[in-house]
Design a protein around this ligand. Sequence first.
Ligand code: ZN
Length: 292
Amino acid sequence: MNKSLSDSISASRQLLQNPYAHLSEGGSFDALPVTSHAQAHAMHGLPQDLIQKYSGQEANTPIKPRYSAIEIELRARSLQASLWKDRDRIWPGATPTNPINVLDPFTALRLLGYDCELDETLGQFHSNGKQVEVAGVLDKSARQVRVSRQFTNAVRSFTAAHELGHALLHDTGTALHRDRPLDGSTPSRMGIELEADKFASFFLMPAKQVQAAFERFFLTDQFTLNETTAFALGQGNHETLSRKCKTLRQLSRMLASAEHYNGVHFISLANQFLVSDEAMAIRLEELGLVAL
Ligand SMILES: [Zn+2]
């Protein structure tokens, strides 16, 4: 994941020497594509027959007015399974050996035929009386996605996965769809925004892989705080830790960002899956892996 994101970052850095798309001061989108889709795909080395396969599947799947969480998870899982199955051809010479490494929303969008790059900035828009920096834009009719460099890798990745969710699930019409920075922790979202957030969460943090990594690190399928686990976390005794983690979310956040347990060092769950601590904390709770 990190590698492919850094590949896409360095590739789009080359592209950015040409200002090919930007939001004008008035907030309207002035797309100036200097790179054709074919050139963009050739640069990323994705085989045309795979792009036809993925975009053909998308075209043949009807768009529904609303989706249940299970339907959204199944769509994410089916895409993950295809990426894993085709990994030799998608990443020739650098084939992922860990299923986590195929969870790359940028590559998935390109396989769906989207011209998908990072931009230095995508401008701003007004929301509830505030100026908000645009983090991602989707133009479904032009099959373009842009993600702003103004944010952390975790936000870029979640925003790209959110756009991937819109691309697969929604008819956003001919209008440009713009998103604020997303990391999976935005509360009380509605309609297609909530569905795209759910898709992003399912796509970036598949249940099976999060559960497996959690159990490998924390040696249990449900973490509760007691003398032994407090000691293993190395954050003081049970009493001190209970004061720090008064709510389930505080405990989940601590586990999402923990880098050692029981004397073993590891890359935190949030960083392994390239999501924010908060997004991973929410996912751990959804999967019932943490209890207070
Ligand atoms: Zn959106």
